[in-house]
Every structure is written in structure tokens, then in C-alpha cells.
Design a protein around this ligand. Sequence first.
Ligand SMILES: CC(=O)SCCNC(=O)CCNC(=O)[C@H](O)C(C)(C)COP(=O)(O)OP(=O)(O)OC[C@H]1O[C@@H](n2cnc3c(N)ncnc32)[C@H](O)[C@@H]1OP(=O)(O)O
Length: 210
Amino acid sequence: MEHKKTYFSRTFPHDEGKLIIEGPVSSERLASFEFHEGLKAFRPSKQQQEALVKIAAFPEGRINVARIENMVVGYVTFLYPDSLERWYEAELANLIELGAVEVVAAYRGARIGKSLLELSMLDDAMEDYIIITTEYYWHWDLKGTGLNVWDYRNMMEKMMRAGGMEFFSTDDPEVCSHPANALMARIGKRVDQESIERFDRVRFKHRVNY
Ligand SMILES: CC(=O)SCCNC(=O)CCNC(=O)[C@H](O)C(C)(C)COP(=O)(O)OP(=O)(O)OC[C@H]1O[C@@H](n2cnc3c(N)ncnc32)[C@H](O)[C@@H]1OP(=O)(O)O
């Protein structure tokens, strides 16, 4: 599958300078930005920058960022699922995963997350993909936000819906291991029926139970 990537950018006024939401960003540009040290939800910001620089170089990889001047304060990633995940087993070249989304704590609640999701779906090429995301409460910053799991899930839902993501049921044990966990997905307009059926089959591996 050819992974066409078209660059988009949006600029918003911000007290600290211009807030730019843009992407997909190339590895070289990503490496040239500074990563705010508050981007530490998944790993320390320097290591996260290195990981994102690598993902941006993958044929299917997409990194969209929110930055103020040269300082990245938020990002979202899209790439193929990890080979250890069941979604990989579908062997679908047109299935990608929203792997991570993060906004520095001091910049949260200002629509940056939603704007990242909205911008991500501007590229018409996204209509060729099934885009999934798994939400596990153990990845959430419950301590930092002071939200309980249900309020956090509500926030995640609002943000993901801004990108057209919807809830999909599954019997995946990790997703099912806590009621606040969820699988969300967006099936592009040009995704063929066979891919959708394969995605359905991989969502339910123990169909006999249903
Ligand atoms: C696949 C994964 O990556 S799962 C892990 C997700 N990432 C994390 O949990 C990392 C830590 N958290 C974060 O980085 C951020 O909180 C994010 C990325 C989840 C959200 O980013 P934000 O820029 O704050 O989101 P944004 O401002 O667009 O808010 C989205 C919605 O949630 C609401 N919201 C945001 N923060 C809060 C809050 N603290 N309390 C209640 N509602 C909130 C917003 O009002 C908005 O809803 P609205 O449309 O009704 O106004």
C-alpha cells in the first residue's frame, strides 16, 4: 500500500506566541524542534522525541505536533500496531493505530488535543485506513489531572470523537480487563468490505462466547 502523506498546518494565537498545529512532520524537522520537558507521560521527553523521530520515518508513520515557536507542547502518533498486539494479526496494510497522544500538563484543557485530532483527519488519505486506538486507564494521567477514571474516559472520548473515532466492541482481554478501557476506531470512506470483515474477526477471537 502506498502511504500518501499531505502536510497541513493551522495557527492559533497564544499568550506565549503562535500556536501551530501541523503535520505529518518529517523526521528531520521533528529532530530540529525542542521537546518540552513536560512531555513525559510515556517516557522522558528526550527519549520520546527520539522515538517520534523514528516513527516519522516509517512509511505509514505520521507524527502531528502542537508547537509554540520551536517548542513542541503536544503530539499525536499514527503507525502500524505492535506485532505483540492482536490488531497486528489482522495483517491489514490499511490498519494503523493512533498510538499516543499527549499535551504538556500546563497547556491542557485549551483544545490542543482536539485540534491535533481534527488536523490529523484533514488528509484525504485517512479515508483509506481503519484507524484504531486502545484506551487503557493505566496510561492515563489520573494523578496529574485529579480526574477519576470515568471523567478521564469522558475527556478521552470527547477528544477522540473530534477525530471521528467511535467506540467498537471487542473481546480483547486487555481492553475487557477494566470497564473504563475501550477500543475506538474510525473506518475511512474508501476502506473495502473485506478489510472491515477482517477487522471484525480480529476484534472477536472468541466468537463462540457471543
Ligand atoms: C492512545 C493514548 O495515547 S491513551 C493516553 C492519552 N494520553 C494521556 O493520557 C497523556 C496525558 N494527558 C494528556 O496529555 C491530555 O490530557 C490529553 C492529550 C489526553 C488531552 O489534551 P487536551 O489538550 O487537554 O484536550 P482538549 O483541551 O482538547 O480537551 C478535550 C475535551 O476534554 C475536556 N477536558 C480537558 N481537560 C479536562 C479536565 N481536566 N477535566 C474535565 N474535562 C477536561 C475539554 O474541555 C474538552 O471537552 P469539550 O469539547 O467539552 O470542551
